[in-house]
Design a protein around this ligand. Sequence first.
Ligand code: BES
Ligand code: ZN
Ligand code: ZN
Length: 500
Amino acid sequence: MVPSINITSQEQELEHLVTVVSKLSRLPAGIFSPAEKKYLKEQVEIHKKELITFNRLDYLVFVCFVRDEKDRSKRLEACRKAGDKIATALAERKAVRVALFDAEGLCDEVVAVAEGISLGSYRFLKYKQDKESDSRLEEIQLYSKALEEREPAGGEIRGNSPGSRRASQSYSVGNINIILDAVARCRDLVNEPSSHLTATGFSDEVEQMAREAGAVVEVLDKQKIEALRMGGLLGVNRGSTEPPTFTVMEWKPAGAKNMKPVVFVGKGVVYDTGGMNLKPGDSMLNMKCDMAGAAAVAAAVYAIAKAKLPVHVVGLMPATDNRPGMEALVSGDIIRMHNGMTVEVLNTDAEGRLILADALSYAKKFDPALVIDLATLTGAAVRAIGKYGSVAMQSKAAGDIELLRASGFEVYERLVEFPMWEEYGELVKSDLADLKNLGPAEAGMITAGKFLEKFAEYPYIHLDIAGPAFLDKRDSYRGQGGTGYGVRLLFDFIFRHFAI
Ligand code: BES
Ligand code: ZN
Ligand code: ZN
């Protein structure tokens, strides 16, 4: 459960309070003593603090100081990070409620603080006997005239009525709650170990989410996958005792603003041992995260459907584990893919591109305007840019990737474009088959992208999220474990560029 964010104007009894200001002269009256004001001034002006905490014995008062940063992206991110610190302090106090006070009409900043509190409160405690979770933050109350005025009458969720142009390009509070819930759902899926989340378990969860959101869902079972001749997905699955699944989730509202759908494809390897090319040493740790792309796609379509955005979107999620076994693929095997192409499998640990390739050629049947895939695809992507963004590539989608990049800065799920030069494509051609699944040691994230591009006959964006999808140690509101990377990014992209 994530805390719900509610707009309110009724004063309640004293409780934990956050005030968000950009000028100390705008602090609400009657809260701070002269000595406290002096202390605040010092902290802000001399020590450049952005969050100051006052311990009031039975409640905490936080002052979140928004610096006049020119860069909106950095300003909002500082607010989210302050929100995370507030979440940590509130968790220590076992607080269930916090009030956020907006004295200046800093709507987007206040919402970003709330976002940081909510995302920073997330914990995966399902398997803990000692339920620290019993006393968790339940509600974030927003006292904001400006937000109240911005909110559509009756609290109805924006995007409900196709055709109506919105005055503001910001989310309604209803939509923010939907997004934060979706991120938590995504994180839950990623954090769930493969002992409890098989491919079938994953598709069951997605079915449930689709039902809750009013989206249409179909799970293709092994028989159907065989009938579709998805040799990539079936090949990777050969070492497993669990059958693969292929989940199709669709949100097609009446009056959608796009003629052709936007299709999301997510890598759903519920556990990646590497297969017969078994991962050595510690490199197998945390490979339950190898379905983070599929989880982000499921959660993004869930949020878009729940928010009733007037946009036709489809999510495709091939899922299996990748294990050694008596029947498992071995190096040198040649498989035939869904689109008829043949692939020489030189390394069974490069399995993601095999299951994604089938999904990408399957996507063609939707006649998509754009396909975006999300995949924890290569260690090379992590080595190139680390954990702070995804490696992106594009073909025939130069305009779209710019918009996606802008959404990346807005929600701070950033991406950086790498080239799709044709020379890299030469590196995945095989002597024996049409393609091979392994390139040379250099530029592994690009040869992987080039491999996928061969199956994508439409405007296409590839996001290698191996870095940002999962964190070994906590990093502010992104938390530890699954971060939910991609959910807020895809929602923002669809909201901003297709729904308006
Ligand atoms: N799932 C891994 C990539 C990965 C690495 C995800 C680190 C998250 C964190 C992928 O299937 C893989 O094993 N890729 C290989 C490809 C290689 C064999 C061409 C890699 O990157 O080493
Ligand atoms: Zn692998
Ligand atoms: Zn993998």
